[in-house]
Design a protein around this ligand. Structure first.
Ligand code: C2E
Ligand code: CA
Ligand code: CA
Ligand code: CA
Length: 274
């Protein structure tokens, strides 16, 4: 890229605080991060509450900054979204996740689904389907092993384009999962319209479910809603056996969370999770 720093970023607002200066610095560093191999994917297992077997894995990006050390995606993904760099990052993540899937298969491990997070801007791209299908054919991964996670905010922004993207992806067997369910403004109408395979109960409902009867009622309603709409349900943020038991009793299909495992590097996942 021949751009100068000023051209590459849309940071035309005055830098008015220490915080935005820090963001600006990170934005500049982000540009180099892919080229310099500073990103890596961690993997967190997902397990069936019926069979207790690992059924899938979520890929979560990590940034090992040369000076600042590990930076959480909660910090840099919003900056990547603001600067448009998210496109390159999410494509890198999908590609790496596909390579990893292939690698595990080649090593003789049973096939598991890999879930990849896509930012809402990705679902508003006209060529999303082409990008995804090209990545699959380049890496030789079957679409049924790839799950794309989207959030509710994506749906409201540009319903038409999002819907057509999701339909195309789903038509070739890619799984689609609604992440952070219940935390954004949602319309049940879109739940009905979209070909989603799975609903992901946000960890904020799981966190306090043992103490908060409201959370329990909401979770039960979400599970019923998903099943009645022919979707499976996964709960994220499961940290203990009591939460697991509640979810199991209420027919939640799968769980993900620290109780099973934190997100871990692929070597560790290979050694522990198959
Ligand atoms: P998310 O998609 O909702 O991912 C789940 C987050 O919950 C992860 O944080 C995970 O480490 C954390 N988590 C998992 N189990 C537990 C648990 O039992 N308890 C608690 N308290 N937390 C748990 P992480 O890895 O820091 O990612 C934060 C967010 O950054 C993700 O939230 C996602 O929105 C975004 N993100 C991560 N990787 C990517 C990526 O490759 N692309 C995009 N666009 N966004 C990503
Ligand atoms: Ca996610
Ligand atoms: Ca989530
Ligand atoms: Ca989230």
């Amino acid at each position: 890229a021949k751009h100068t720093k000023n051209e590459a970023f849309h940071f035309y607002r005055p830098v008015d605080s220490k915080e935005s200066f820090e963001k600006l610095m990170l934005a500049n560093d982000l540009r180099q991060a892919i080229k310099n191999n500073e990103f890596t994917l961690y993997y967190q297992p997902q397990s069936s509450l019926k069979t207790n077997k690992i059924t899938g894995v979520e890929a979560l990006i990590r940034w090992n900054h040369p000076q600042k050390g590990m930076i959480s995606p909660g910090v840099f993904i919003p900056i990547a979204e603001e600067t448009g760099l998210i496109q390159e990052i999410d494509q890198w993540v999908l590609y790496q996740a596909c390579l990893q899937h292939k690698h595990w298969l080649d090593k003789g491990f049973p096939p598991i689904k890999i879930a990849v997070n896509l930012s809402m801007t990705q679902f508003q791209k006209k060529n999303l389907f082409e990008i995804v299908s090209k990545t699959l054919s380049k890496t030789g991964v079957s679409p049924k092993y790839i799950e794309l996670e989207l959030t509710e905010s994506v749906i409201m922004e540009n319903p038409e384009l999002t819907l057509s993207n999701i339909k195309k992806l789903n038509s070739i067997g890619i799984q689609l999962s609604l992440d952070d369910f219940g935390t954004h403004y949602s319309s049940l109408l879109y739940l009905k319209k979209l070909p989603l395979n799975r609903l992901k109960i946000d960890k904020s409902f799981v966190l306090d479910l043992l103490n908060d009867s409201d959370d329990r009622v909401i979770i039960q309603a979400m599970i019923n809603l998903a099943h009645n709409l022919n979707m499976t349900v996964i709960a994220e943020g499961v940290e203990n056996q009591q939460q697991l038991s509640f979810l199991q009793k209420n027919h939640c299909d799968e769980i993900q969370g620290f109780y099973l495992s934190k997100p871990i590097p692929q070597e560790k996942f290979s050694a522990q999770c198959f």
